[in-house]
Design a protein around this ligand. Structure first.
Ligand code: ZN
Length: 530
């Protein structure tokens, strides 16, 4: 054999071997703009996925030369991000709302209310017909409705439709009789309407399953691969676990525990749980109410209600004893605190247990109004602010009326972020819209969907696009101790990712909220976004 032939033979052999050496993956995605959201915020073009995890991330050449897969996606230059996560929401209650209540928000007449109710009634033939969200201020004449039409159309069903603020409802005569109430119009306020709400039967197990599946689909449609549900009972969590194990519920859930005895006794003795799709590692507490209804606990009275400083829900020793219990069991504490007094109480309760630098990642949910003297306590005790950036743009129209100059230290997301170098972000849905793109947009622009105000509201507390992307991906994972498993597109991590229609890191701000979700993957498997 002469030299040339030998060389050719060796080259062929090398090529053949190279071919055979290609590692097999389940899925390859290439020709993309991949925001890995790793430590250095690097970009890539392609990645390979096997057994639900990223096994390689790199350039098109690197991935295509070294890997083969049955499934190959050419992203055609589309941007890809880690799957979005909501760090504070009410996943289960979103589902219940979706399957149970006719959505009456935005109806511009009582006729439209009736029409939507009839559509809902046709789809939900249950004995109770429920709706929520009507507002007579949007109707011609702005008159409160009566129940005559409800009696005529639904004589055999119990009908209750709740006003937008939740404090008033319209019920039909059939339901009035059941409740032994007398009302000529069917309109009920606070206490009587609360007893109507209390009489609504609990969802059956099957309905609860439907609700969770409906909530999951809404999350998928918005690019979410994970949610942190801020307060669930042991029954709720066991149901979610069983649906996940059956393969019905694919979304990843971080379940915060309601502080009731049954729930705590079930979970605390065994320590935090980190399963494939379910985490249970925190207890959810409430320090105070909300700003809109003047329930937030303030150090000084409300600017528009001089005799009122809001409410503190429990005595300080309640928080102290629950915090110590959580600490000893290795659990995190996540406490809802809105007013500056509520936030201060919780900062002090946490600090006296945490005693300075630590990695317990105890959180203050909302952290909405913070006294300027108190910001440093977040950093000194590694207390993590859990923010909802759309709260700033939803509340900006009236927040100053409530709290006057204190508003300058409210929704102070950049200052809060500086305390520990990271924050958890979310929506509190169904209070706010579910979309993480709205969260991203509000965090960066400090504007509402109409682009107001120009330049943004208190823009010094906006956060950068890079920070905002971290706040809905890896920082949410970090917020429940799973940043080594998810929240970024890196070798070894779970292959949760979203392909968008446009690149939210570079397009004009106003285009962000309407950006389409093209495809979504959880642990390497595609899930429907429509
Ligand atoms: Zn909440």
């Amino acid at each position: 054999m002469n030299r040339t032939i030998l060389l050719i033979a060796m080259t062929a052999l090398a090529l053949f071997a190279g071919c055979n050496n290609k590692q097999h993956a389940d899925l390859i995605v290439h020709n993309a703009v991949v925001y890995t959201v790793d430590e250095s915020f690097s970009q890539a073009e392609a990645f390979a996925v096997k057994d639900g995890h990223f096994i390689a991330v790199g350039t098109n050449d690197e991935i295509l030369q070294h890997y083969t897969a049955d499934s190959l996606i050419d992203a055609k230059g589309a941007p890809i991000y880690p799957g979005f996560m909501d760090g504070h929401c009410h996943f289960k209650s979103l589902g219940e709302t979706m399957i149970r209540y006719a959505d009456l928000v935005g109806c511009t007449s009582f006729d439209e209310v009736i029409q939507r109710l009839q559509e809902h009634a046709a789809k939900h033939p249950s004995q109770w017909l429920l709706g929520r969200g009507w507002d007579q201020n949007l109707w011609p004449g702005k008159q409160f409705p009566d129940n005559k039409l409800l009696n005529k159309l639904f004589p055999d069903r119990y009908v209750a439709i709740t006003r937008i603020d939740g404090h008033m409802g319209l019920v039909n005569d059939h339901l009035l009789q059941l409740m032994h109430f007398d009302s000529p119009t069917g309109l009920l306020l606070d206490a009587p309407y609360d007893s109507v709400k209390a009489a609504i039967p609990r969802l059956t197990r099957q309905e609860q399953c439907q609700a969770l599946m409906a909530a999951q689909q809404a999350c998928f449609a918005n690019g979410l691969t994970g949610v942190s549900d801020a307060g669930l009972s042991v029954e709720d969590i066991l149901l979610i676990d069983s649906l996940q194990q059956r393969g019905d519920l694919l979304i990843k859930v971080n379940a915060m525990l309601n502080p009731d005895e049954r729930t705590l006794q079930h979970f605390l003795p065994h320590g935090p749980v980190h399963k494939e799709r379910l985490a249970v590692c925190s207890i959810k507490l409430y320090a105070d109410g909300a700003l809109g209804s003047r329930g937030a606990n303030l150090l000084e009275p409300y600017s528009d209600d001089p005799d009122n400083r809001g409410l503190q829900i429990y005595s300080l020793c309640y928080y102290d004893s629950l915090c110590r219990m959580a600490y000893d069991a290795g659990f995190q504490v996540c406490t809802h605190a809105i007013g500056d007094a509520g936030v201060r109480n919780i900062l002090h309760a946490y600090s006296s247990v945490l005693k300075g630098s630590n990695d317990r990642r105890w959180r203050i949910e909302h952290s909405q109004i913070v006294h300027p003297d108190d910001f440093h306590l977040f950093g000194e005790n590694n207390i993590i602010p859990s923010i909802q950036s759309t709260h700033a743009t939803s509340d900006m129209a009236w927040a100053e009326e409530r709290i006057g100059k204190r508003v300058k230290n409210a929704y102070a997301y950049q200052r809060l972020l500086q305390q520990n170098g990271w924050v958890v972000n979310g929506t509190d849905f169904p209070i706010e819209h579910i979309s993480p793109l709205y969260t991203f947009y509000a965090a960066v622009s400090r504007q509402n969907l109409e682009g107001q105000p120009v330049g943004g509201w208190q823009p010094e507390d906006s956060i950068t696009r890079q920070q905002a992307l971290r706040s809905i991906t890896c920082w949410v994972a970090k917020g429940y101790f799973e940043e080594d498993r998810k929240g970024s597109i890196e070798k070894g991590k779970e292959a949760d990712f979203v392909i968008l229609e446009q690149d939210i890191m570079i397009i004009p701000l106003k285009e962000i909220p309407s950006t389409g979700i093209r495809r979504l993957f959880i642990s390497g498997s595609e899930v429907p976004v429509k």
